[in-house]
Each structure stands twice: as structure tokens, then as C-alpha cells.
Design a protein. Structure first.
Length: 490
């Protein structure tokens, strides 16, 4: 049994003069109870992080039957977040408590919150699990090898493989006077090379990038509009739009919109829909009827709606039409962050619930804009107040920001090696990319003037908005040295 094996191992270690104060194991209490009874009552146990994650994952999969949105991808993401939180808070039980409180899965995490002291000091039995897998491949549990004389040989082969790799077979054959075997030798070398390659890739930046995916990536919003709406006093306008791409099941769950046989349905009812070009014509007509030099107000419009709107206008060739009737934008999310800084959440749903004590049909474009107008009327915020200046921005600023995001998306990949080698931070890389510079631009500037060429390029004044990238001598020198040492020959 596993408990007997652990007791025997600890007793063997203590008999050789070494002291065992802590063991790493799963959350089975039998092993530690037997150790304390047979060996040392003061011995401590650390939880194995893999078993902790596995137990939480199993609990999440049990919740999946109750919560349909808890898909395997979501569960995997939650486990990754939990893993990051645990790694960041080792030896910090209070940090673990705060991290677990930050999740919405309160009932599940209450159990683990009580164990924050244990979770802040996690060990790993990964090496043991890896060895157990090797033993299982040579002495599978489906066959009864425990009662045979071959078990010792099978376990010894697993030990040799763990210590020396697959080439242990060649050494064994040589020791007993047998030919190593051409095919055996070739396969053993191949397997060892594959194992070394897997280990190297798992530790490399590219390997981590492949396993984690694009966690953070700047790109212009290219989502397709399915409904667009506007309101001005008592007047309101809305239109459903036939998307160019199929509506995902996740989007349908949120908006209630589906497409069947070329017809659009909202909550199961047929609605009149049009092409994006026709819908934008109607939207622009509504804006023109409202007057000149108007400001479009929206929630989180600066980072979301503006980019989608501009991207869509560009796709149908109506970019200039918006500039003729709209002066600028107001982002109500930024507005309320300034006006009500003590609120915990600045989502539109929470603002209406907290400030107006009511709810509405969220994610319906018309309902969203109607209730946003009611919220502004209810709170009576003076948008013209200078303290709200950061919540407003012009059309030109919106277009400039959109163009910068596109340039960043285009140029940033070429700067990846500068980021990976920690020559520049991700923030500086974004500034370089958004100013329409890439790796080729830096190499060209360096070829013309060495470090001075990079300095002139980075510190170039742009429209009274400061330097193009930076005037920092430290950054300029670091970029120049990296190009000189690693890129000039290539």
C-alpha cells in the first residue's frame, strides 16, 4: 500500500541520519496519520499543487451540470487563473484568501479559503507521478505482476530509464555481453532527443506562448454589428443587421439573436433586418436630423463601440459621412468613474441598478441606449464640466486611435524578439509599433547613423505631442546595442 511505502521510506531516511520534517502528498489523511503514529508525531504535510488543482477542476465539472456556461474551455481558464494566483501568493496566506474572494464561485471557494495557510505552501509530486507512469508502462495494473519474480526487474528498468533515459537498454546489453542492436540504439537515441526537445520547448518563451495562446493582444475591433440603435430625447431609431458571419451560440445566448434560413429572429420572433450599408444609411440620417456638431454618447464607447463603428464605416466607404454630422463622443463609463469613484462596478447594468434601483433588458441595443439616456437624466451630470474632459474625445481622436491600433497590430509582431530578449518593455514596443515603425525601420535607421540614427528616429517631435517614441538614452542605447550584437549580421 502507498501508506506503508511512505512510512518505510521515511524510516529508511531517518535511519541514515537525515531528518524528515515535511512531506509532500495529496489530501489523503491516511498517510500523514500513519507517519505521525509510527515515525514522528511532529511531521508536517504540504499539499501537492497538482492534486489541489485536480480536486478544484473536478468540483467545477460537477457544477457544469447546473451551469451550462461553465464549458470545458471556461473551466480550463479558471484553473489557469487559480494557478497564477497560487504561484503569486506562495508564503502569503492572506493573498490566497483575497485571490479566492475575487472569484464569483463563492460557494466552491469557501472550502479552499479555510485552507489558505496550506495553499500558500504547495509542493509538487510531479517527479513521483512521472516515475509512476514509467513503472505502469512496464508493469501495467491490468496485469498481476506483483506476484511474479519479474516485478523487481520491471521496476529496476523504470529506475534506469528515469535516471539514464532510454539509452539504458544499450548499457544493459553491453554489460551482459550482447549486441546493443542497431534498431534499439537508433530508437533509444531518438526517444531521448525527443524528450530533451520537449523539455527545452516547455521552458522556452515560444513553447509557453503556444500553450497559453494569445492572452493579451492589441488589435482593432472587427466584430460584426447585429443591431444598432440611437435615441435623442423622445425620438429613437433601431435596425437589426444581417451579419456577414454566422452568429455564434455564445453571442446568441447573450443577445437572443439567431439566423435561420436567411431570416433574423430575436427571442424566437422574426424581426425585420437589413444589410449593414442600409442600416448605416438609416443611422446617419437619424444623426443628421438631430442637428449639427452633435456628440454621440455610449457606455464603454472609447474602447469598444467606436472602433467597431469606424471599422464598419470604412468597410462600406462611409468614413467621411460621420465626420460631417458628429463632433465627438462621450464615454459614460469614464464619466461615472470620475463622478462616482466609490462604486465597485461601472457596467451599465450595475450603474442603473445601483443609482436608479431598477433593471432592464440588457444587451438589446435599443433598451441599452434608452436606459442610458434615463440614467444621464436621473443623475443630472454636467458633461461640460472640465473635470469630465477625459470622458470626451473628438471624432478625429477616435479615428487616430483606431489607426494606431491597426498600425500596432501590423508592426508589433516584427518587434517580438526585442520584447522576448527584454531589450524594450511591451509598452515601448506598442509606442514604436503605433508610430508606424517596425524592425525594418529600426535596422534602416541604425545602418544610417548607428546609435545616433536610432536617437533621431525615437526622439523626433510629432505634432507638438512629444517625441515619436522616447528620449530615454537608456532605451535608445539598449536597442542600438541589441541591433549591433544580434541583428546587423543577419
Amino acid at each position: 500500500m502507498e501508506q506503508d511505502m511512505v512510512v518505510e521510506m521515511v524510516q529508511s531516511i531517518k535511519s541514515k541520519g537525515s531528518n524528515v520534517g515535511t512531506i509532500i502528498a495529496d489530501d489523503d489523511t491516511t498517510t500523514i496519520a500513519r507517519l505521525r503514529k509510527s515515525v514522528d508525531p511532529n511531521i508536517k504535510k504540504m499539499s501537492d499543487k497538482n492534486h489541489v488543482k485536480k480536486n478544484i477542476a473536478n468540483a467545477l465539472y460537477q457544477l457544469k451540470a447546473k451551469h451550462k456556461k461553465l464549458t470545458p474551455k471556461v473551466i480550463k481558464y479558471l484553473i489557469n487563473c487559480l494557478n497564477y494566483m497560487l504561484c503569486q501568493n506562495q508564503d502569503n496566506p492572506k493573498g490566497v484568501e483575497n485571490g479566492l474572494e475575487a472569484t464569483d464561485l463563492t460557494d466552491l471557494m469557501k472550502v479552499y479559503k479555510k485552507q489558505s495557510q496550506k495553499l500558500s505552501k504547495l509542493g509538487s509530486t510531479q517527479g513521483n507521478e512521472s516515475f509512476n507512469k514509467s513503472v505502469a508502462s512496464k508493469a501495467p495494473k491490468s496485469h498481476f505482476y506483483s506476484g511474479t519474480s519479474s516485478l523487481n526487474v520491471r521496476v529496476a528498468a523504470s529506475v534506469a530509464q528515469k535516471n539514464d533515459g532510454q539509452c539504458y537498454l544499450i548499457k544493459v546489453n553491453n554489460n551482459i555481453g550482447l549486441s546493443p542492436g542497431v534498431h534499439t540504439k537508433r530508437l533509444a537515441i531518438l526517444r531521448d532527443l525527443q524528450a530533451r526537445k520537449r523539455r527545452a520547448i516547455s521552458k522556452a518563451v515560444l513553447g509557453k506562448k503556444k500553450s497559453e495562446g494569445s492572452s493579451y493582444e492589441t488589435e482593432a475591433r472587427d466584430s460584426h454589428i447585429t443591431q444598432i440603435a440611437a435615441v435623442n430625447g423622445e425620438s429613437h431609431w433601431t435596425s437589426y443587421v444581417i451579419p456577414k458571419l454566422p452568429i455564434s451560440s455564445q453571442a446568441s445566448e447573450v443577445t437572443g439573436l439567431t439566423m435561420r434560413n436567411g431570416r433574423m429572429f430575436h427571442q424566437g420572433k422574426v424581426v425585420e433586418s437589413s444589410t449593414i450599408s442600409t442600416a448605416l444609411d438609416g443611422f446617419l440620417e437619424f444623426l443628421k436630423a438631430a442637428g449639427h456638431n452633435i456628440y454621440l454618447t455610449g457606455h464603454n464607447i472609447k474602447t469598444f463601440d467606436c472602433h467597431i463603428l469606424i471599422n464598419t464605416l470604412k468597410s462600406v466607404g462611409k468614413t467621411e459621412e460621420l465626420k460631417k454630422c458628429v463632433e465627438g463622443f462621450v464615454d459614460t463609463r469614464l464619466l461615472f468613474k470620475i463622478n462616482n469613484p466609490d462604486l465597485k462596478s461601472f457596467s451599465q447594468v450595475n450603474l442603473i441598478k445601483t443609482l436608479m434601483n431598477c433593471s432592464y433588458d440588457a444587451h438589446d441595443a435599443l433598451e441599452d441606449v434608452i436606459y442610458l439616456q434615463k440614467l444621464l437624466d436621473f443623475t443630472n451630470i454636467r458633461i461640460a464640466d472640465p473635470k469630465f474632459s477625459t470622458a470626451t474625445f473628438t471624432v478625429q481622436t477616435a479615428y487616430f486611435s483606431h489607426d494606431q491600433i491597426i498600425l500596432t497590430k501590423l508592426n508589433l509582431p516584427s518587434l517580438r524578439e526585442f520584447i522576448d530578449q527584454k531589450v524594450i518593455s511591451i509598452g515601448i514596443a506598442h509606442k514604436i509599433a503605433s508610430s508606424n515603425l517596425n524592425k525594418s525601420s529600426l535596422l534602416l535607421a541604425f545602418s544610417r547613423g548607428q546609435e545616433e540614427g536610432i536617437r533621431q528616429l525615437f526622439s523626433e517631435e510629432c505634432c507638438n505631442q512629444g517625441p515619436r517614441v522616447t528620449k530615454s538614452s537608456k532605451i535608445i542605447t539598449a536597442v542600438s546595442n541589441f541591433i549591433k550584437q544580434h541583428l546587423t549580421e543577419s
